[in-house]
Design a binder for this molecule. Structure first.
Ligand code: 13P
Ligand code: SF4
Length: 311
């Protein structure tokens, strides 16, 4: 194992070439991982990249459900991730067997099930279509008008999509433990400090917080919002890793948290489990890998492909 971070970066690039690997990283990853990745983006962009790559190995720097999505779309490729334990509170809030029983008990409702991509392969296999924060409105707008919708697992994203589309949906009561920590009061305090600031928030935030935002969008769309905003000061209400790309791609903006006591960004402990060292190890040792039963994979792939087709 190389010792300095420069050596490590060089070694990652060397083993990456040797293995014909691609490094995909989510916008919430730490700066050094984003810097070395072939592609950095939101869940939708990452799913598209995973679908299109001709690399033999996908090293996925994000959380487990994202690497699993890459495997669903690429059964023949080796998908590795730096830390197998990088989970997601949304995924755990909707266990596959519990959803399966719920659908069985409510068969007469004939639900059209839309699952936010932050869920297990089991949940993906049970639903009709997947969505991400970047395409949720589009996907819900294409749902059959004559069937009730069950939206899982994020109640906050689901509520925001209902507001955007006017479509009523039954909402699974899951949430992102990071985004529900932001409160109306904490964001209002920052706004009081920077009265002219624009506010951009992720739709996983609560409605009380979203109401304070000028824009509610996926992490990818935050880049264009910050670049195009006439405001110099922008309060970014999401996970802290987002600031890495924003600082590079909207360098003339004052992205808040600045010198303030009230931080608008917070860490996702799962996203932050990945390090350059673990990235090197997973590409070099080709472990841990994502493995999946083929029947489950095929059922999960159906709803993912429909999402990609509809978005
Ligand atoms: P995005 O698809 O907007 O990047 O969101 C993913 C996520 O996990 C947000 O918490
Ligand atoms: Fe899951 Fe929230 Fe972390 Fe995103 S920020 S990966 S939704 S726990």
């Amino acid at each position: 194992m190389p010792t300095t971070s420069l050596d490590l970066k060089k070694e990652i690039l060397r083993v990456k070439k040797e293995r014909n690997a691609i490094i995909l990283a989510h916008n919430y990853q730490v700066g050094p991982i984003q810097d070395i990745a072939d592609y950095v983006g939101d869940s939708l962009g990452l799913a598209r990249q995973a679908q299109e790559t001709d690399a033999d190995v996908i090293a996925f720097c994000g959380v487990h459900f994202m690497a699993e999505t890459a495997k669903i779309l690429n059964p023949k490729k080796t998908v590795v991730l730096p830390d197998r334990d990088a989970g997601c509170s949304l995924e755990t809030s909707c266990p596959g067997p519990v959803l399966e029983k719920y659908l069985e008990d409510n068969k007469e409702k004939n639900y059209y099930v839309i699952a936010y991509i932050n869920c297990s392969a089991h949940v993906k296999a049970l639903c009709d279509v997947i969505c991400t924060s970047g395409n949720a409105v589009k996907i819900v707008n294409q749902a059959p008008a004559d069937r009730p919708i069950l939206f899982v697992p994020d109640a906050n994203l689901g509520q925001w999509v209902m507001e955007q589309t006017g479509r009523k949906m039954d909402l699974w009561q899951g949430s992102c433990y990071v985004h529900v920590e932001f409160t109306r009061e904490s964001i209002q305090k920052i706004k009081d400090e920077y009265p002219d600031a624009a506010v951009v928030a992720h739709p996983e935030c609560t409605q009380a917080v979203r109401l304070l935002a000028d824009e509610v969008c996926s992490t990818e769309k935050m880049i264009a919002f910050c670049q195009d905003s006439p405001s110099k000061n922008i309060i970014v209400v999401t996970e802290s890793g987002m600031l890495n790309r924003l600082r590079k791609e909207a360098p003339d903006k004052n992205l808040i948290p600045g010198p303030t006591d009230h931080c608008a960004c917070a860490d996702c402990k799962f996203m932050k489990m990945n390090t350059l060292e673990k990235l090197y190890d997973c590409i070099n040792d080709l472990t841990p890998t994502v493995e999946m039963d083929d029947d489950l994979r095929l059922r999960a792939e159906k709803s993912l492909l429909l999402m990609l087709e509809q978005s």
